[in-house]
Design a protein around this ligand. Structure first.
Ligand code: ATP
Length: 255
């Protein structure tokens, strides 16, 4: 049954256009989807297909031209800028390819920053210690980002995303700057956030080796949703990649 309890994230007929001079780009065109609570969803698609645009809209970082974005049943596209910022701090954890850590702050100060930004800076120690332990970076807590490996920096970024205890984590190419073994470690963490903590995870990725960790894959092409499939049917990333490529080819042939 579809309700905010089991569908924390839902988009309806989402359209986003960008203007470049006289030229209008349809970055997303009429995209609709429901994402189940506690699921791990990968968004795939060729470069320029609208993946990051979808993620930014779901995070409330940009506004749609048309359509609705329902987070726990609330249409965030109708919120004022102030309420949208508050909503994002409460509900969403964001992880980016380039980590986006503040270079002058230690790992733990980077992680706790969102709590201070949202006025919840007191009594952080317990949740900070738990998250540092969960992500295996306790020994690195006093280090600045330039003294951390790429994988450690991304763990710090995930810890920062989790410190406000968001029910939804959105990650844009979280392994894109990492080698494949380190990237697997990050995928494992994201996967466990679903299975152990029932968080809802949406990951934008080009890589079948990342998408295979998800339960479900959504494929975008030219701003439209062209495929939506479960990964359980695939024994490995190669067979998922083949299915994905076939979906792209079929949509090409249909044009
Ligand atoms: N701020 C912007 N101004 C103008 N055009 C934009 C802007 N952001 C995105 N676009 C365009 O919208 C389309 C979708 O971009 P988007 O970044 O969502 O794609 P993507 O699938 O995430 O691509 P990639 O995999 O290369 O990151 C592209 O044609 C892109 O050039």
């Amino acid at each position: 049954m579809s309700s905010p309890e089991n569908i924390p994230l839902s988009v309806r007929n989402l359209t986003k256009r960008f203007r470049q001079g006289d030229h209008v780009i349809d970055a997303l065109h009429g995209v609709s989807l429901d994402i189940q609570r506690g699921s791990f969803v990968a968004v795939m698609g060729p470069s320029g297909s609208g993946k990051s645009t979808l993620m930014h809209l779901m995070a409330g970082l940009t506004r749609a031209d048309e359509g609705e974005i329902l987070v726990d049943g609330q249409d965030i596209s109708r919120l004022s800028d102030g309420k949208l910022t508050h909503f994002r701090r409460e509900k969403i954890g964001l992880v980016f390819q380039s980590f986006n850590l503040i270079p002058t702050l230690t790992a733990e100060d980077n992680i706790t920053l969102p709590l201070f930004a949202s006025g919840r800076g007191t009594h952080v120690q317990k949740s900070l210690d738990e998250i540092l332990h969960r992500l295996g970076i306790e020994a690195r807590r006093k280090h600045r980002p330039d003294a951390l490996s790429g994988g450690e920096q991304q763990r710090v970024a995930i810890a920062r995303a989790l410190i406000t205890d968001p029910s939804i984590v959105l990650a844009d190419e979280p392994t894109g700057s990492l080698d494949s073994a380190t990237g697997r470690g990050i995928c494992q963490i994201l996967s466990e956030l679903c299975t152990e903590q029932q968080r809802t995870i949406v990951v934008v990725t080009h890589e079948p080796a990342v998408a295979i960790w998800a339960k479900r894959v959504i494929v975008l092409k030219d701003g439209q949703l062209i495929d939506d499939f479960e990964t359980g049917q695939f024994p490995d990333a190669l067979s998922l990649a083949t299915h994905y490529q076939n979906a792209l080819d079929a949509s090409e042939a249909a044009v």
